[in-house]
Ligand binder design. Structure first.
Ligand SMILES: C[S@@+](CC[C@H](N)C(=O)[O-])C[C@H]1O[C@@H](n2cnc3c(N)ncnc32)[C@H](O)[C@@H]1O
Length: 614
């Protein structure tokens, strides 16, 4: 590793802008580390995690088709944190889109940030569900791997699967390559590849065409059987699900490529759960098929005792947005937490992971089995969420509280659109939760199941459904109702319309929210879903009708683009901006409220109407 004075000499060169800094500092630094010219790719294009556009890394260093280091360079030291966050987000979400340059899609193992006279090299490490980057140090000083050392690191990275079927045999041998416990980052990438290969096999037959729930339930069943070493039963499960012999063979072939990994019990734990989530929410984006997300997904509906499939829109929340919302709401192991529209389980998994990281595994298990709850009315989503949590703690599989249930009521109507899980009822009592978190649907008309029942209950609870039945109205009110009346936190990703519009009773809704809850933060975001233009905002509230009107509130807006000093426009790094805002909330906004006594509230109002009290 290199740490010596030549690096400091280079970093002390003053530069006016990025281009000059690139030429006079970064390029000579790479020379000094011995990186050959043909291993450096300036302005390397990757897919934006949020839009269909492309982003450019300042530089990518690669060994053959293995991306090894992303580099972000900024002329001023004050830009270090910004550059670091950018490099980290690009490295975690590395989807190469550079023409004429084959590069693997994987977590980039190293990054370099150089800003003014400060430069550091960081290595990717798995922290539970997430990938973090840790600085390389030698005697307490920033250290840098040279080219020979990078070659050594690249040699330890196995190939997972091969896109060319003719290379499958080779890939099978390589996949057998054991990933050590210290290579958790690779484990997540290998898991994504495994899930992708297995799904491709199941999806190659016509039997389950458009039946997302059946496909994913079979998929999850196969993963569970493989994890328990019951490979024989897999064929039976496939045949029972109606797969043709040819497709069953493809499934067993795909499993055989990963046999050694499965036998070595490498397919559980947080890194694998990360791989599972990556598989669920990707591919998608440019040119890649979108398996489960988008406007034409399918879910079953019971109609006169028969199952029919209905087209639905299904959008998963980007992991990085979930992470920051979980940081904002900061759930603890002793708290009851619900995501009432849990989708693929991203919020549940991040809440669990946060508890594991901050309080340890024992508390996390306790939290998972006693206080963490998810509901969703789409069987596909329930199956995914359960699998996600099970992968994180396989020994708790029987005690995971994720239910197929419409969250807007406690007791399902007779003859409804699906058979809901009655075990959910005790978890849907009003005033039960310390934290209600998630991303409920945000359509102009109620989009969930059993509409008639929701209308009926709504009139019973609120005396009207003025302005029609918008998703906003239903899910926000229900979130407030589920939160504890004395401080239950509500952190939701909502369409901007709630904040900006003034029609269909939204004005009343806003007024009621401010009557019953203290507003803590509103963060407007640019577009966050790849395949949907909706503009969203994070809204953070705490149920407390006696809130103090002098409270400080974080009000922020993240714009899609920003302009530098030269007037050049850049796409905002949404994740970095959101992370900075959440830091600011915890370090500045909330401490400034700590001296305030409880206030009198906005109006002298009775507590909100509740229903179904236990
Ligand atoms: C925007 S998605 C949430 C995405 C989720 N946070 C994720 O990342 O996977 C909204 C979810 O709400 C569910 N949903 C819609 N109406 C519902 C209802 N009435 N009760 C429970 N879940 C509902 C949908 O099935 C969908 O999974």
């Amino acid at each position: 590793m290199k740490t010596n004075g030549r690096i400091q000499e280079l970093l002390s060169i003053r530069c006016l802008n990025d281009i000059e800094y690139g030429h006079r500092v970064i390029w000579p630094l790479l020379d000094y580390l011995g990186v050959p010219g043909d291993a450096r790719r300036p302005q390397f294009q990757i897919e934006s995690p949020f839009t269909t556009g492309l982003l450019k890394l300042d530089y990518l260093i690669h060994v053959g088709d293995i991306p090894m280091v992303t580099i972000e360079g900024e002329p001023r030291a004050a830009q270090f944190n910004e550059g670091y966050r950018q490099a980290r987000n690009y490295s975690r979400n590395f989807k190469p889109r550079q023409r004429d340059c084959a590069m693997r899609e994987m977590t980039v193992p190293f990054l370099v940030v150089a800003a003014g006279e400060r430069a550091e090299m960081h290595r990717a490490v798995a922290r539970g569900l997430n990938i973090e980057y840790e600085p390389l140090l030698s005697d307490g000083k920033p250290a840098f791997l040279d080219w020979q050392e990078l070659l050594g690191e690249a040699a330890r990275i196995p190939v997972f699967g091969a896109p060319d079927p003719r290379l499958r045999r080779l890939a099978a041998e390589e996949i057998g390559f054991r990933i050590s416990e210290s290579q958790q980052v690779l484990k997540a990438d290998a898991a994504t590849q495994f899930f992708g290969d297995l799904y491709a096999a199941i999806d190659s037959g016509a039997a389950l065409h458009d039946m997302d729930d059946k496909k994913i339930i079979l998929f999850n069943q196969i993963v569970a059987l493989a994890r328990h070493g019951k490979t024989r039963k897999i064929e039976t499960a496939c045949r029972k699900a109606g797969l043709a012999a040819r497709v069953v063979k493809k499934v067993t072939d795909a499993l055989s490529w990963y046999e050694r990994k499965i036998e070595a019990n490498e397919f559980s734990g947080a890194a694998v759960a990360r791989g599972y989530r990556n598989f669920l929410i990707q591919p998608g984006g440019r040119g890649a098929p979108s398996n489960f997300s988008g406007t034409t997904q399918h879910r079953p509906v019971l109609h006169r005792g028969r199952i029919r499939y209905r087209e639905v829109a299904r959008y998963f929340t980007p992991t990085e947005v979930i992470q920051q919302m979980v940081r904002l709401a900061d759930p603890k192991s002793a708290e009851r937490v619900i995501d009432m529209t849990c989708g693929s389980g991203g919020f549940l998994a991040e809440c669990l992971d946060r508890v594991a990281q901050t309080e340890g595994d024992r508390k996390a298990r306790d939290f998972l089995t006693k206080r963490l709850v998810g509901t969703d009315d789409d069987p596909f989503c329930v199956s995914c969420s359960r699998e996600m949590l099970t992968l994180m703690y396989p020994d708790c599989a029987e005690d995971v509280h994720v239910y197929l249930h419409n969250c807007l009521y406690r007791r399902a109507p007779a003859g409804g659109e699906q058979k809901e899980d009655a075990d959910a009822e005790r978890h849907l009592a009003p005033g039960r939760y310390d934290v209600v978190i998630g991303n409920p649907p945000g359509n102009d008309e109620y989009s969930g199941s059993n509409r008639d029942e929701v209308v009926r209950r709504w009139e019973e609870w609120f005396g009207h459904h003025r302005g029609g039945l918008m998703d906003h109205h239903c899910f926000i009110r229900r979130a407030v109702e589920l939160a504890k009346p004395d401080g239950g936190r509500i952190c939701l990703l909502l369409p901007e319309g709630l904040l900006a519009r003034d029609n269909r009773g939204i004005f009343d809704l806003r007024h009621q929210l401010l009557r019953d809850c203290e507003l803590r933060a509103v963060i407007s975001l640019p577009r966050v879903f790849k395949n949907n233009n909706a503009k969203m905002a994070v809204v953070y509230l705490a149920r407390n009708p006696k809130w103090n009107r002098r409270r400080r509130v974080l009000m922020a807006s993240v714009e899609m683009h920003w302009s530098d000093e030269d007037g050049d426009e850049h796409e905002t790094d949404l994740v970095a901006a959101l992370e900075t805002l959440v830091d600011r909330y915890h370090s500045t906004v909330e401490p400034a409220n700590s001296h305030l006594a409880p206030g009198e509230g906005l109006v002298d109002a009775p507590p909100p109407a509740t229903s179904d009290d236990e």
